[in-house]
Design a protein around this ligand. Sequence first.
Ligand code: HBI
Ligand code: FE
Length: 286
Amino acid sequence: MSESPALPTDGLRGDYTRMAADWTVAQDPATYDAEQQDIWRTLLRRQSGLAQQHGCPEFLAGLAQLDIDARIPDFARVSETLQRRTGWRVVGVPGLIPDDAFYSHLANRRFPVTVWIRRRDELDYLVEPDLFHDFFGHVPLLADPVFADYMQAYGQRGVEAGPANVHRLARLYWYTVEFGLIRSAGGLKVFGAGIISSATETQYAIGSSVPARIPFDARRVMRTAYEIDKLQRTYFVLDDFRQLFAATQVDFPSLYAALEQQPEIATGTVLPHERPIVATTLPQAA
Ligand code: HBI
Ligand code: FE
């Protein structure tokens, strides 16, 4: 399958019948049954160990500050803590929502989190993002001031982008917010939600010799196609989150025009001048 299709809500599993005009739904933490609470606890227990080992320091700090524990979080309560730190809130959604609604929420420092959680037979993989992917994967980093500012600026660029260019912004989101890696004093670390919420991909992204790990360059990212239902064959590695924020502060119409003149790059490609980063060459924690 190639890049994510336009969003038809039919065929998605969430309940899209009771939404507000901005595609949000209320989240009542009391409505989750014992099985759903146990699925959350099981996922959290398994991923927390891997996150402590491979998550970037900013992610771990966010996890601790939001005291995400063994109960499915109450979005309103977490939003109070988050809002004090970086102005962000968590809003409930039935699942994937159209790009324009999604970007508008980000531009207003509201992160959409799916209100349903996966079934036990989907612990290792599911097609649509669920509450665990969205909350555990995405919310902790919103407590980091620089990343929080990046996400708001990214949303604003999305609101400004026309349909002809939104696929380029989708790549920037995909290769950072979903599947980004970052250098740290402790070596190569994970910050992408799609990685950190998956046991398989966390270990693969850091340890496998299969994928290319390319130093982050926004123009290179926006030329690079991605696949949505496989382990990634390309990861991009940030020096720090300021580099990511800087990528939102350029003249996007000129950037889009320049990118139109350049060929697309298939996932897994290493260009002749590129020197992929080998996970073990970075300084490891002593
Ligand atoms: N909707 N709820 C939700 N969550 C997402 O991550 C999401 C979305 N809609 C569109 C989308 N992501 C992607 O197209 C981003 O690139 C914008
Ligand atoms: Fe996601």
